[in-house]
Design a protein around this ligand. Sequence first.
Ligand code: NAD
Ligand code: UGA
Length: 333
Amino acid sequence: MSQHASHMTTTVPRRAVVTGDAGFIGSHLAQALVQAGAVVVGVDRRDPATDPTAAANLAALQRLPGYMHVTADLLNCAIEPLLVDANAVFHLAGIPGVRPSWGPKFSEYVASNVLATHRVMDAVTRMGVPRLVVASSSSVYGPTEGGPSVETDRPQPASPYAVTKLAEEQLCLSHSAQAHCPTSVVALRYFTVYGPRQRPDMFTHRALTAALTGQSLRLYGDGHQRRDFTYIDDAVAATIAAATIPTASGVINVGGGSSASLLEVINIANSLSGREIQVHQENPRSGDVLTTRADPGRAHEVLGWQPQVDLHNGMQAHMQALAAETAAYGRAA
Ligand code: NAD
Ligand code: UGA
């Protein structure tokens, strides 16, 4: 986890499996779980021995006792042996990102987000794991009128990626609804998560990198699109709560309560760095919605969760981490 301590009392599963642990959210989650006393098996197809991003994401974790990383592809590996004695599985592995999902990579989205999820869910139920927490996405809501999205709203996914995330969460829920299924499923609809180790294709990473390095920033559209930005530590706290709290299967929004436009993000990056970012405006990209906004009621009621880190403080921590990487490697990651 980054420097903001989790604000919630941390009850963790004794033994947990985190898929996608070499990624952005998965690496923070695995670290928080181990630090709170859980034994964690992480599984990801990226090998930290050969993949620099995986190595950087797992650097702190691999020094901790109670953690083991397995490099394996969930599309074809034996999943059941990884699940022995697991009290919870956190399924975060998948192909993220809205914009590239229109192209030929769509088959990879379907493979990792839907087919691999089916294998995970099948193994989890056969091994009798009591809880699966799965990473869904705010993108399942699609275009909104600007008001907050409630979990009961009709999903209108606006990109191929969003279609796979809706399929993923519903697939898990359909498994759990089967008679005698031993696994309850909590699907978390994360809203644009940011913070240290954020994926380099994402806007906050790119804006802060531009502010630190003087590189220009490509802005898709006029910058008035808004996101409900969620700081990584807040996302992790909600995710851990979702594994341990007694609840029926269902979906829950995890939205950061920091509704801001991209222009506001640029302004914060400018003020944190003392440098004016050079912005190159380009056409809006297909599948991007104008606004995402979480209704946080269910997360509060079911998980006892509410976000603690505002956008300014979260971006400051994110920028400090990027600056440290730049100093360590002589470049912005
Ligand atoms: P990430 O790309 O950093 O991490 C995903 C990890 O999954 C990667 O390390 C990748 O190697 C692994 N993976 C993919 N397919 C796999 C397979 N078949 N077998 C094994 N490992 C596989 O992405 P992230 O930003 O950390 O997102 C994690 C999850 O949360 C994804 O499911 C994403 O759709 C979802 N999500 C993310 C955000 C966000 O803002 N970052 C928002 C909503 C939902
Ligand atoms: C993010 C994640 O990338 C998805 O994986 C996730 O499912 C989604 O959040 C979610 O909330 O469910 P997105 O909101 O598109 O998706 O987040 P960014 O990739 O950070 O993009 C935010 C906005 O910045 C978009 O409008 C995008 O077009 C814009 N952008 C992004 C730019 O203008 N320039 C860039 O270089 C990158």
